[in-house]
Design a binder for this molecule. Sequence first.
Ligand code: UD1
Length: 433
Amino acid sequence: MDKIIINGGNPLHGTVEISGMKNAALPIIYACVLVEDKCVIENIPNVRDVELSLNILRKMGATIKTLGKNTVEIDCTHINQGTSDPELVKKIRASYYLLGSELGRFGKAKVAYPGGCDFGGRPIDQHIRGFESLGGTVCTDSGCIEIDADEGVCGAHIYFDIVSVGATINAMLAAALADGNTVIENAAREPHIVDLANFLNTCGARISGAGTDVIRVKGVNSLHGCTYAIIPDMIEAGTYMVAAAATGGCVKLTNVIPKHLESVSAKLEEAGAVVDEFDDSVIVTGKVKVRKANVKTHPYPGFPTDMQPQMAVLLCLADGVSYVSEGVYEKRFRYVEELIKMGASIKVDGRTAVIEGGKPLHGAPVIAVDLRAGVAMAIAGLVAEGTTEISDIHLIERGYDDIVGKFKMLGADIKKVSLPDPEELPLKKVNLA
Ligand code: UD1
């Protein structure tokens, strides 16, 4: 029953350090299953999805040591294949990376269906195509996904019908120790794909082309341990950039790779903010007047779908009508209902939200319907007049490291409160007299 309470109206000012990227940390954690040795992973973000993933591996027999605030040592030498806890696996999307890792190391895999945010149907047909191409037989009859490569995992030519981050990662994981060479075509190009390839290569894998749409994997016999630092989180960075612009503040973000932020920076500038780029930092200055802009989400290097709800909040403040189109997921506008409670004027037509800007936002009780939607509510709360109360914040904590502390450091009036669960409250005495 934790909530975030925000009294809006303070422009954000100051410096915020961006954490390691959740969506890079997760595949790298599961990639450790391929390594019969110790891997030291640095710049790990302190977020619930990471904690959950480490717990999944720990329960399977991995040895995990915390070496510092953002450093863990993962040793999967004695991990037991096929023993992941279905209840934990169902809580997180990225748990499906265990399929690729188990298949790669043991020639078979067994994992329950993954969970994750609800953006409409989230099929895994492309993952299955990758596994089958590499020699796996996939069976989903038992309520979990089971893969068997009786004759071993063999390098292959994989052509994906659509660009999928998850399917590309799973194919790389399954192919790293395969017999022979694999070519993955129509691969996703996200920075976290490159980070995974760099991690695996540091462990002795031979992967080239990550960051382009053709990735080549030369199978090796084994991988060795390494020390590796995760890249900065471009979505966390983009979120603070939008918050700075929306509140009309000025924020310096450190520990970023400006190249990864280009699509967000370009849209922010179109909307009237100023973005100054440096080697590993950016400064975003918001202006009183926000300009309308149209946004369409695409796979990288397009505008990220994970920045769509945050950008929509900014465009609620603009001087006209903006169109926000979702090009990756079939349903990613569930947050619109919550923004309307705060005074926004938005109509959703299929995969496009039509935002009539300039209506003042006011505080209201709202729900974090998913991870990025939840953080968009926080940005709306920072801008709105009055008090915003966000519930279901465990969804925000899945992917944001110390969000309340970071916004507070930038001058926001924000706090987290823990309220007792009504079901656990002692029953009220009823006077029957
Ligand atoms: C990852 C990210 C998520 C981000 C998304 C797109 C993680 C843990 N999650 O999710 O934050 O929003 O990339 O940048 O890194 N699809 C299929 N068949 C498949 C696989 C995907 O039809 O087998 C579809 C999906 O339904 C979606 C699109 O392809 O419409 C893209 O999905 P994908 O890139 O796979 O996203 P995820 O890896 O699940």
